[in-house]
Design a protein around this ligand. Structure first.
Ligand code: UDP
Ligand code: MG
Length: 227
């Protein structure tokens, strides 16, 4: 991936923040990020980029030079070196932005497939990723943080593990993922919180109730278009 090489030295955002809205969606493993993102996609026409899904796709791409590296990190609940993940995100964003003609400028457009609105799910999970992405790709508007007790997240993951086929939805990997979340990812939430850029949502209730809360907060932060 040539993007990895250009990322290293880049110190200004490659996308224009006026044209591209990014919301980071964070929360522990099993907090419900993916579920809420699908709701937001159907309701508001965001593009949903899951860092974990992009890494799994890259891991399974036959020509990838990163397959083994990614597999090792995912199984052990570790964070893949940031250049790989950021390059995958940037490439997907560029593909989406280039994929259709410019949207109408009217903000009351009924077009629900507006480009330029991205939910970035499960990223950044480590401070270096947060800094590099905002410096070299585009600054995020804010963070949606789904807050859920560990016991509930564990219950959801074990339930999902029965059918997900994911190599990390087993008791051993889940324990490691929680560890990484507490040690490495919560500091990212604290960092954004110190800049008053975190919307914290209780993710314990059932999904519809969590989505109602999410919509309320989005309307508050992004204006009536999101009501
Ligand atoms: N991962 C990573 N960097 C990221 C996001 C994910 O290395 O920026 C890896 C990490 O090993 C993580 C795994 O991908 O445990 C699965 O992430 P995903 O977001 O799919 O898990 P979720 O929290 O949604 O269950
Ligand atoms: Mg997920």
């Amino acid at each position: 991936m040539s993007t990895i090489d250009t990322l290293k030295d880049r110190t200004t955002p490659v996308f224009d923040p006026a044209a591209v809205t990014v919301i980071f969606v964070l929360g522990g493993p099993g907090a419900g990020k993916g579920t809420q993102c699908s709701n937001l996609v159907s309701q508001y026409g965001f593009s949903h980029l899951s860092a974990g899904d992009l890494l799994r796709a890259e891991q399974n791409r036959p020509d990838s030079e990163f397959g083994d590296l990614i597999r090792h990190h995912i199984r052990n609940g570790l964070i893949v070196p940031m250049e790989v993940t950021i390059a995958l995100l940037e490439n997907s964003m560029r593909e989406i932005l280039n994929s259709s003609p410019s949207p109408p400028s009217s903000s009351s457009s009924p077009d629900k497939t507006r480009r330029g609105r991205f939910l970035i799910d499960g990223f950044p999970r480590k401070l270096d990723q947060a800094h590099k992405f905002e410096e070299a790709v585009v600054p995020a508007r804010f963070v949606l943080f789904y807050d859920c007790p560990e016991a509930e997240m564990e219950r959801r993951l074990l339930e999902r593990g029965k059918t997900s086929g994911r190599e990390d939805d087993n008791a051993d990997s889940i324990r490691k993922r929680f560890r990484t979340f507490l040690d490495t990812s919560l500091p990212v939430v604290d960092y954004f919180d110190s800049q008053r850029r975190v919307v914290r949502i209780d993710a314990t209730p059932e999904p519809d109730a969590v989505f109602a809360e999410t919509r309320r907060h989005l309307a508050e932060r992004l204006g009536p278009e999101f009501a």
